[in-house]
Design a protein around this ligand. Structure first.
Ligand SMILES: Nc1ncnc2c1ncn2[C@@H]1O[C@H](COP(=O)(O)OP(=O)(O)OP(=O)(O)O)[C@@H](O)[C@H]1O
Ligand SMILES: NC(=O)c1ccc[n+]([C@@H]2O[C@H](COP(=O)(O)O)[C@@H](O)[C@H]2O)c1
Length: 301
């Protein structure tokens, strides 16, 4: 449990950006492709389900995707330029995600890069950024793991000599719920070139979400993939919710505005942060609207 003095500590990520790599794992099986999962979203606030999506994806990989091994997971909170009503500031959302990862996980990290950009960054650009940091700047994922006495943090420093551990390029995939998949066939929400890039180069892990049917969301993408003569559907990995969790941040914000308990829905440290900062209090005349959630769209082709 993080103490309340940690909760109120300002974080340097908004003044000095550095890509977090301290929790990336070395590849255990050199025959596999290292896989890094990136969840993009508002995370206002982060819930247990946002964290759990990563665990579900890891189980899915272990059970059925023998070519991959998950070596890292990142949350990428969207910037304030997303202009979605009712969100806390990006600085608060990043900090809540960091506290949640620190309290509940030994491998999840928060990349604040997207959140600190002065302009809205399409998701394809965010995935490219993570890929560039890992595969270009860090030189890939090391394998096999270095044996002690090297501490784990040393694994991911840039190789400097011919004796450096061999490294493999990581595949960076987007992780999200089926509502995100649904938006991919809504006109005007994603640019065609970004979708080509995400589906063709990166890939997608989709967690089933009630109210957002997966088959309905997949059908138009399959039609489009077929029409383009591509195998994009092979890069969409659907993860079923065996224990349904229908939590949403919108609902949490409503609870908070109404003074209701959110205990056991969010990590304790996030509840404490919200309480200390007085976030998500009722604003007179304020109405949340999902319709206002659409980002300024289209990356130039
Ligand atoms: N209960 C859930 N089941 C499946 N996916 C989820 C769930 N909650 C969030 N996600 C996914 O997590 C990603 C980031 O979540 P996001 O911040 O948009 O949360 P949200 O609960 O949908 O937020 P909001 O209610 O503010 O729209 C999205 O891809 C979303 O689909
Ligand atoms: N064109 C795009 O790149 C595009 C379109 C729609 C949503 N998204 C992303 O999906 C996420 C959606 O988050 P919310 O569900 O909280 O609105 C955000 O990170 C947003 O940037 C990206």
């Amino acid at each position: 449990m993080v103490s309340s003095s940690n909760v109120s500590t300002p974080h340097p990520s908004f003044s000095e950006y550095t890509f977090p790599s301290h929790r990336l794992r070395a590849l255990q099986d050199g025959n596999k492709t290292p896989l890094v999962l990136v969840a993009c979203g508002s995370f206002s606030p982060i819930t247990h389900m946002h964290l759990r999506m990563f665990e579900m994806a890891v189980d899915h990989v272990k059970q059925g995707m023998s070519d991959f091994e998950v070596v890292g997971g990142y949350l990428s909170p969207v910037s304030d330029r997303y202009n979605k009503a009712g969100l806390a500031s990006a600085a608060h959302r990043v900090r809540m995600c960091e506290l949640a990862c620190d309290e509940t996980s030994d491998w999840l990290m928060v990349d604040p890069w997207e959140a600190v950009q002065p302009e809205y960054q399409p998701t394809a650009v965010v995935l490219d950024h993570v890929s560039h940091e890992i595969n270009h700047n860090l030189g890939g994922i090391p394998y096999p793991p270095l044996s002690p006495p090297h501490p784990p943090a040393n694994l991911l420093t840039v190789p400097s000599s011919a004796t450096a551990t061999p490294r493999k390029p990581a595949r960076v995939m987007l992780l999200g719920g089926s509502d995100l998949l649904q938006t991919m066939s809504q006109p005007g929400v994603w640019s065609q070139s970004d979708l080509n890039h995400i589906l063709g180069t990166h890939g997608l892990f989709i967690i089933e979400r009630s109210g957002s049917g997966i088959s309905d969301a997949l059908a138009p993408l399959k039609e489009w993939s077929d029409a383009m003569g591509k195998n994009w559907m092979e890069n969409i990995h659907v993860v079923r919710q065996l224990i349904a969790n229908d939590i949403s941040s919108t609902r949490i914000r409503q609870f908070l505005r109404q003074g209701m308990s959110v205990q056991y829905l969010l990590p304790n440290v996030v509840i404490e942060y919200i309480r200390e900062r007085g976030l998500y209090k009722e604003v007179e005349g304020f109405k949340e609207s999902r319709a206002s959630s659409m980002p300024p769209l289209r990356r130039e082709v």
